[in-house]
Ligand binder design. Sequence first.
Ligand SMILES: Cc1cc2nc3c(=O)[nH]c(=O)nc-3n(C[C@H](O)[C@H](O)[C@H](O)COP(=O)(O)OP(=O)(O)OC[C@H]3O[C@@H](n4cnc5c(N)ncnc54)[C@H](O)[C@@H]3O)c2cc1C
Length: 327
Amino acid sequence: MARWAIIGSGLAGVTLASRLAPFHEVVVFEKSHGSAGRMSTRRRSVDDQDFAFDHGAQYFTIKGSGFQAAIQPYLDQGVVQPWAARFITLHGDGSSEDRPLPSPVYVACPSMTALVKAMAEGLTIHHQVEIKRLDRGDHGWQLTDQHGEIHGGFDGVVTAIPAPQASNLLPMAATDLAPVKMLGCFTLMLGFEDDSVLPPDWQAARVEDSPIGFIAVNSSKPGRNSGASLVVQANNDWADPRVDDDPEAIEAILRGELHRLTGIDADVACLSSFHRWRYGATRTPLGQPFWRSPEGDLAAIGDWCIKGRVEAAFESGKALAEAILKG
Ligand SMILES: Cc1cc2nc3c(=O)[nH]c(=O)nc-3n(C[C@H](O)[C@H](O)[C@H](O)COP(=O)(O)OP(=O)(O)OC[C@H]3O[C@@H](n4cnc5c(N)ncnc54)[C@H](O)[C@@H]3O)c2cc1C
C-alpha cells in the first residue's frame, strides 16, 4: 500500500481517488470549499428566493462504455438525469434553427455539483487547502499549502488541475505540457422573479458569430427547485484574449448581446452574477490520457489530457488509476 496525494477534486481527481482508495491510502487537497471544480454550481438568494446556476459545465454526454458503467448507478439513483431540452442554433444576425442532438445529454441533480459530490463520498478530502509547492523530502513528497503548512510523507503525487497550473507545481512536466492550450471564459448568471422572461420555446442555444457562445435556461434542467434562471457563457475564442479585461465591461457586452439576440433584458433580472474562468476550455489537448514521470511517482491528469469535456476528465482519472494499480 502506497500513500498518494491528489491535488484537485474535480471529476478527474475524484475518479482517480475513488479507484485508488480501496488499495492505497489517498488524501485529496482542494483549494475551494467544495468539490466539483468546473462542474460547479453557484447559489444565491434574493428576497427569500433561492437561485442555483450551473456556471461551469452545462451538461454532458456519455459516449464510452467505461463512463456509461460509472454513471449508471447515479442514473439509477436519479443523481444524473437526461435533460430533455430543445436545442437551437442562434446566429449572430438573430436568426435561429433547431439543433437536434445526436445523443441524449445529461445533468447532475439537483445541481451539477451533485455527481462529483456523490462520487467523493467516503474519500479523505481537505477543502480550502491550496497546494503551492511540491518538494522531495527525506520521507517522500511533501506539499506546502497557502498557509505554509506542510503535508508530508507521500509516495506519489498527482495533480488533477488545469495544465498551466500543473506545470507550475510540476516544473519537470512543463516542457511536455507546454503544447496544451486552454482558453478562458466568462459566465453571466441571471435570476428572474418568474419564467415569463425566459425563452418560451427553447432551453439551450449554441450561439454563432457573437461574443456569446452558449445560453442555457438553467431552471429547465430536471430536479431544479430554484428560481427562473439563465446562464450565458461567452464564446471561448472571444473571451480568451479578454480574460484580464475589466469584468464590468465584459459583463456589459454580454448583457447587451443577450438583449440584441434574444430580446431578453438583463436589467429586469432580480439577481445578476458574473464569473471569470481563466482556464475553462481546452483548445489543444495533451493527446494522451495522463502525464507521468519516468519514476512513476508524479503524474498529472485532467480533461485537458484528452478533450475539454466532462467525460474526458473521467477517462483521464480512470486511465491513471488503471496504470497505477497495474504497478
Ligand atoms: C464555462 C464552462 C463550460 C463548460 N461546459 C461544458 C459542457 O457543457 N459539457 C462538458 O462536457 N464540459 C464542459 N466544460 C468542461 C468541464 O467542466 C470539464 O471538462 C471538467 O469539469 C474538468 O474536470 P477536471 O477534474 O479535469 O478539472 P476541474 O474541474 O477544473 O478540477 C480541478 C480542481 O482542482 C482545484 N485546484 C486547482 N488548483 C489547486 C491547487 N493548487 N490546490 C488544490 N486544489 C486546486 C480546483 O479548485 C478544482 O476543484 C465546461 C467548462 C467551463 C469552464
